[in-house]
Design a protein around this ligand. Structure first.
Ligand code: AMP
Length: 427
């Protein structure tokens, strides 16, 4: 199938050709005709599938076709809400690229920066607004934005919105939208909280799921290194030195952890930068810009900051820490092996993370191959069995027992959380 078979208008086809897109990706092939037909959409798709084009192309087309219905200053007829600033900027750049021959305008607003340039842009009028939830509500309350003309609403990366605690903001935004609208809802995963949220948003009860459950980016080659915590940075240096040309994105679970990795790499004369929520917007954009340009080969990121990263030549993703939420692993490895290219994702696993690895392999329904040929291999980690989680019944009994002791004025020490490995044994 070609883009010309999807009923897309010439100015957009011309822009897609200029981007070098020849064939639609599966999500584009399925979603574009439905959206041009004004259906609501529930899209289950992970990053790298081409979903941004899947939703922006039909919106641009609807707006272009109705451009003469409105006189005077442009009104916000489409609202796209996305969790992070990086993602918002990226969506806006894509709209500008796909819509460059349509005359349709977009403005992007996000928090963490002064609002003046954003309010100035809004004053000029716009057809599409791309926004993160907090800044959007803030600007609505100050009277800079009204959503009363919105006809096309997109909620992007809904599961991430929930993880970041945006649920109340989202509900407030929805309450301000006109009832008559086309709604698009995208999420990489579809847990029940997301299904519930989607049923509040999709005004038209006819829902369409693009992919019922996306496991893992098939194109990504994956591997595991069993390595002790203290040896992780040594292994990282070893891998970076073995791949001097590669663009490497390293995931760290914490902000502090990512800064520490940058410092250790600097001592080994490896230039790297960290992006996370404590860095200023300017520092984040600079690091990301250098990484995209290829002047910086190693970027260390936390999950939230990395959400919007779209680097064409990203060859390697390294999970310095394994995530405790298995879906996060899928998001992370989705950063490489994007629409055009294939990629590699390597994960470091210490003994405490073996339980996470088990959950990840269960989710993606495949066993990740283990690399044993490296200087920091730790056989003991691989051989150590994962302790069984206590059953719910056992947990209840323990709780009951400790409550009883407390009631009787006995030992009132805090209830211990179950951990797969006792720290004593392995620290
Ligand atoms: P997304 O999932 O929207 O973040 O898109 C992932 C990447 O695929 C981006 O770099 C897009 O520019 C690219 N892309 C989207 N659609 C196509 C297509 N039909 N052909 C080639 N590349 C595409």
């Amino acid at each position: 199938m070609k883009f010309t078979d999807l009923g897309i208008i010439t100015p957009i086809l011309k822009a897609l050709a200029a981007e070098g897109y020849t064939h639609p990706t599966p999500i584009q092939e399925q979603a574009i005709p439905l959206l041009l037909n004004r259906e609501d959409l529930l899209g289950c798709a992970q990053t790298g599938t081409g979903k941004t084009a899947a939703f922006t192309i039909p919106i641009l087309q609807h707006l272009f076709n109705s451009r003469n219905d409105y006189k005077g200053r442009r009104r916000i007829r489409s609202l796209i809400v996305t969790p992070t600033r990086e993602l918002a900027i990226q969506i806006s750049e894509n709209i500008t690229a796909y819509g460059k021959y349509t005359g349709i305008k977009n403005v992007v607003v996000f928090g963490g920066v002064k609002q003046l340039s954003q309010t100035n842009a809004l004053r000029q009028g716009t057809d599409i607004l791309v926004a993160t939830p907090g800044r959007l509500l803030d600007l609505i309350s100050q009277g800079f934005i009204t959503l009363k003309d919105v006809k096309y609403f997109v909620l992007d990366e809904a599961d991430q919105m929930l993880d970041m605690g945006f649920i109340h903001d989202i509900k407030k935004i929805i309450a301000k939208l006109p009832v008559k609208r086309q709604s698009l809802f995208f999420s990489a995963t579809m847990p029940s909280a997301i299904i519930n949220l989607s049923s509040n948003i999709l005004g038209n009860p006819q829902k369409v799921t693009i992919k019922p459950k996306q496991a893992t980016a098939e194109k990504v080659e994956q591997a595991i290194y069993f390595v002790s915590k203290p040896n992780k940075t040594k292994l990282l240096i070893h891998i970076i030195e073995a791949n001097p040309e590669a663009s490497i994105l390293v995931f760290s679970r914490t902000k502090h952890g990512s800064d520490k990795i940058v410092r250790i790499l600097a001592k080994a004369h490896i230039k790297a930068a960290a992006i996370h929520g404590n860095k200023s917007q300017g520092a984040r954009q600079r690091a990301l810009g250098n990484f995209k340009k290829g002047t910086l080969n190693v970027l260390i990121a936390t999950d939230i900051a990395a959400r919007g990263i779209d680097v064409e030549e990203l060859s390697l993703v390294i999970n310095f820490d394994l995530p405790n939420i298995p879906e996060t692993y899928v998001h992370r490895i989705g950063r490489t092996g994007r629409a055009k290219s294939s990629g590699i994702a390597l994960s470091f696993c210490n003994v405490e993370e073996k339980a996470y690895l088990k959950d990840i392999q269960k989710l993606i329904n495949q066993e990740i191959p283990v690399i044993r040929e490296h200087p920091f291999v730790d056989d003991e980690i691989e051989e150590t069995p994962i302790p069984k989680k206590p059953s719910k019944n056992q947990q209840k009994k323990t709780q009951h027992h400790s409550k009883k002791i407390k009631k009787e004025g006995g030992n009132t020490h805090k209830k211990k959380k179950w951990r797969p490995y006792s720290k004593k044994r392995y620290s």
